[in-house]
Design a protein around this ligand. Structure first.
Ligand code: ACO
Length: 367
């Protein structure tokens, strides 16, 4: 029996395929809930990065896995990652995420530092160094005594960081730490399943994250707000964009059919951080965009996703939009490493099949 277009589309995106069993996180798309190791997102959003890592790595690593142990080990790993930067010269032709990809791929498989710690540490250290070098500034060495989120922001800014800013960034990093079998995490698990090693799996995951349909969306969310410019222009701008077949960045999700719960957490973080004008404008754009999507995409329920308010949080922290995807990676590398460790511990090689629809050979195929 021939398949309908809708069936082919669903199949090509593996929409309802269970490709792994995991104890790490569950996305309930109908209820709009994210569960991380038995806790609702709302319960863990106040965790430190180290506490989130302890939660995710528990049972998968052979070192002590309390928040404090990880704080010490991660601080040391940041210092080690910084030493690998050495005299590597930035490559002007690369975007920031391409440069992060390059730097991470230089980490040797032979490194004696446990690779899950090195990957988390290096993603933050390299992201900070890339931002500074783009501004013509020298990278700043990590301070192993600080928490990961605070040190990351300090390495970017070169000055001490207020508690409010450190906490806001931490809330963002923890909120995006893990999210079921999203495209980058799936990529990491496929690579890990071949036993290629954790560092290779993280580099592959970053490559998947980089796409505008996944982790590349928050920068363009700000571009959209800027292009709209005024309240009067919201609806005409959105109508034109949708009529031209464009996708509105920060809206839609493969799994959520209701509002992404991460959007609510980050909306609160953004509102705590910044003056009301920008937030009020963004809220207006959000509300009108949902109305416009309901008209232009009536066959599909499209809601706000995590990237919309991510953009406002990261902007309020003074981070350049060119680095947003890398900052996403600084958070999501927690989930990638946990999934890689889980895959290495229990998973078989992932090797699905394709359905051949090419020309028939002279000798017909068996039915
Ligand atoms: N704006 C306009 N139309 C959209 C949007 C959007 N943001 N999202 C989906 N659609 C439309 C598509 O054009 C398509 O319409 P059609 O049936 O008329 O062709 C229909 O909805 C289904 O599109 P798919 O790509 O099959 O839907 P999918 O579930 O795979 O989409 C995705 C998920 C890729 C996130 C999509 O909603 C999108 O492109 N959003 C914008 C980019 C974005 O915000 N990405 C961040 C996602 S969150 C994250 O990854 C961390």
């Amino acid at each position: 029996m021939s398949q309908t277009n809708a069936e082919v589309r669903t199949q090509s995106g593996l929409d309802n395929v269970i490709a792994a069993e995991t104890v790490l996180s569950h996305v309930d798309g109908a209820a709009g809930r994210l569960i991380v190791r038995g806790f609702d997102l709302e319960e863990v959003a106040g965790y430190s990065v180290e506490a989130m890592l302890a939660l995710l790595w528990d049972g998968f690593v052979d070192h002590a896995c309390t928040e404090q142990d990880i704080r010490v080990a991660l601080g040391k790993a940041r210092v080690e990652a910084f030493a690998t930067l050495g005299k590597i010269q930035p490559v002007a032709a690369l975007s920031e995420v391409e440069e992060l990809r390059l730097l991470l791929s230089r980490l040797p498989d032979a490194s004696p530092t446990p690779h899950h710690l090195l990957a988390v540490a290096a993603t933050a250290v390299f992201t900070a160094a890339i931002v500074r070098r783009r501004r013509g500034e020298t990278p700043i060495a990590p301070d192993a005594k600080l928490g990961h989120a605070e040190d990351f922001l300090r390495m970017i800014r070169g000055t001490s960081v207020s508690k409010a800013h450190a906490r806001a960034l931490e809330a963002y990093l923890v909120t995006v730490a893990d999210h079921g079998l999203n495209a980058s995490t799936f990529t990491a698990r496929v690579i890990a399943s071949t036993r290629a090693g954790l560092l290779s799996a993280v580099v592959g995951a970053l490559c998947a994250l980089k796409g505008p349909l996944h982790g590349g969306a928050p920068g363009p969310v700000l571009d959209m707000l800027d292009a709209i410019g005024s309240e009067a222009n919201i609806r005409p701008w959105l109508d034109d964009a949708l009529a031209d077949g464009e996708r509105l960045m920060g809206f839609g999700h493969r799994v959520y059919r209701v509002r992404d719960p991460r959007a609510d957490v980050l909306k609160r973080v953004a509102s705590d951080l910044r003056e009301g004008g920008r937030i009020r404008f963004a809220e207006k754009v959000e509300a009108v965009a949902l109305e416009a999507l309901a008209v232009h995409k009536a066959n599909r329920k499209l809601e706000t996703n995590v990237e919309f308010y991510t953009a406002l949080v990261l902007e309020a922290l003074g981070l350049p939009r060119t680095t947003f995807t890398n900052v996403f990676a600084v958070g999501r590398v927690a989930g990638w490493t946990a999934h890689i460790l889980e895959q290495e511990q229990s998973g078989r090689m992932i090797r699905p099949q394709s359905r051949y629809v090419g020309p028939s050979p002279k000798q017909p195929l068996a039915a």
